[in-house]
Design a binder for this molecule. Structure first.
Ligand SMILES: NC(=O)c1ccc[n+]([C@@H]2O[C@H](COP(=O)([O-])OP(=O)(O)OC[C@H]3O[C@@H](n4cnc5c(N)ncnc54)[C@H](O)[C@@H]3O)[C@@H](O)[C@H]2O)c1
Length: 426
């Protein structure tokens, strides 16, 4: 599909771009391995808007990468943090997403990256434990240690710019509380070791203080609070979140707008999944699942609008389950049963059975977010980048705005955002 844009191509980004990932498990290593396989000419960037989309310009069709002058894959430098020791090759092998042939081909690139010591607190991820951690300590000191990690990484790898994408585990549910409300409260909370400041918030705080744009790939509250949005705006840093929109939710936000546009009624949407990777093990803890559940449940309300059409959507029951089932590994299977009704109220059912690969769907989104956030930063954007909602299950909206879930509306906003950036970068 092509999109029309007036104006020309933007000045290309120059220099190395660090892509920093708190959490270097299945998603992060599948992303890294894929980029390396593409660099080696062994794979195509399937599923990546930044690598595949084209736009109609005055002079003909141009790739979106040229429109925004996006960083080239050769210019990306990977780094990050994890609680497990070993290289990212070890992590990729343990994740069991990619075939041994693919893994061997990208082995040198993955063996060159070892996660830095993590800021970790088991109260927020109860089903994991690992040795590669900075240890207990005051939150302020840990944040300063993360900032030092970022500066050291940029220096030793000769990077000009950086972006960060949280690819870490889903944390236990954290309700917004006074310590998250504004920057003053959060700063005080860091000094006083407030128990409601999670590790993901500490990474985000450290990145923003270092001027590093940050995207949240998990449903954790993290940046979706007044304090960190205030910091992003004050420091002039672009942010986006939250929770990558990959398998079941991607399909949900494709199917639901179709049903709504035909004015068909929906009174039930039951979704269940089996998943056997480490993410599944973490989500087996009810408190981590609650964070994911809130994110997954949020999508239908704005598409199947009960306020506008109470006769069609008022009675909608929406339920989501995830069961940890080790034999499937990363190959998640999702089932949806959708109870709909048509003319004169006659009921019908739709069944969707999606046998997907979680990290294969997530990896291109990490790439796109890294490149688009970098472009936003170069264009001088700061605060929440809601034009990137397209990539998220639970999109973070700008102050006072309602998040948009309909994939087609999100796509329209994505291309509007690209056009705006293109003129700012011209
Ligand atoms: N794969 C998908 O389709 C998908 C979609 C949406 C969201 N997500 C989210 O992306 C995240 C990553 O998924 P995954 O499949 O790679 O999980 P994973 O368990 O393979 O990797 C997560 C990694 O984060 C590490 N980690 C946890 N807390 C950390 C901390 N404080 N600091 C540093 N590292 C930490 C863990 O040790 C682990 O290696 C999860 O939160 C998941 O819910 C994944």
């Amino acid at each position: 599909m092509t999109h029309s844009v007036s104006g020309g191509v933007s000045t290309p980004a120059r220099g190395k771009l660090a892509v920093l990932m708190p959490g270097m498990g299945a998603v992060a290593t599948t992303f890294m391995a894929g980029v390396e396989a593409i660099r080696l000419g062994m794979a195509a960037p399937v599923g990546s808007v930044s690598q595949q989309a084209v736009m109609e310009m005055a002079d003909g069709t141009v790739g979106i990468g040229a429109v925004l002058g996006l960083a080239k894959l050769e210019e990306l430098e990977f780094g990050g943090w994890d609680i497990y020791e070993g290289t990212t090759f070890d992590a990729a092998r343990a994740a069991r997403v990619l075939s041994p042939e693919h893994l061997e081909a990208v082995r040198p690139a993955l063996e060159a990256v070892t996660p830095m010591k993590a800021v970790f607190d088991r109260r927020f991820v109860r089903n994991l434990e690992g040795p590669n951690v900075k240890g207990d300590g005051e939150k302020r000191r840990l944040v300063e240690a993360l900032r030092a990690d970022i500066r050291r990484f940029m220096d030793t790898r000769g990077c000009d710019r950086a972006v960060a994408i949280w690819c870490g585990s889903t944390e236990t549910y954290v309700a917004p509380s006074p310590v998250h409300a504004d920057l003053g409260a959060l700063e005080k909370g860091l000094d006083e070791d407030d128990e409601y400041i999670s590790p993901s918030m500490m990474y985000a705080y450290a990145c923003l203080k270092e001027g590093v744009p940050y995207a949240n790939g998990a449903p954790n509250l993290t940046l979706d609070c007044g304090a960190l949005v205030e910091l992003a705006e004050r420091e002039g840093v672009a942010v986006a979140g939250k929770d990558l929109k990959t398998g079941q939710t991607l399909l949900k936000t494709i199917v639901a707008p179709g049903l709504a546009s035909r004015h068909l009624g929906v009174n039930g949407w039951y979704s269940t999944n089996i998943l056997g990777n480490r993410d599944g093990a973490v989500l087996d803890d009810p408190q981590s699942f609650k964070t994911k559940e809130e994110s997954k449940l949020s999508v239908l309300g704005s598409i199947l609008d009960a306020e506008q059409h109470p006769d069609l959507y008022d009675d909608l029951t929406h339920q989501v389950r995830i069961d940890y089932y080790p034999p499937r590994g990363d190959n998640k299977e999702g089932w949806d049963n959708i109870d709909i009704f048509g003319w004169m109220g006659y009921p019908m059912q739709i069944k969707v059975n999606f046998l997907c690969r979680d990290s294969i769907l997530a990896a291109p989104l990490v790439l796109d977010l890294a490149l688009f956030l970098d472009a936003a930063q170069r264009a001088g954007k700061s605060g929440v980048q809601d034009w990137l909602s397209f990539f998220f299950k639970c999109p973070q909206a700008c102050d006072g705005e309602v998040p948009v879930h309909d994939l087609f509306e999100q796509r329209r906003r994505l291309y509007d955002g690209v056009m705006q950036l293109a003129s700012a970068l011209d």
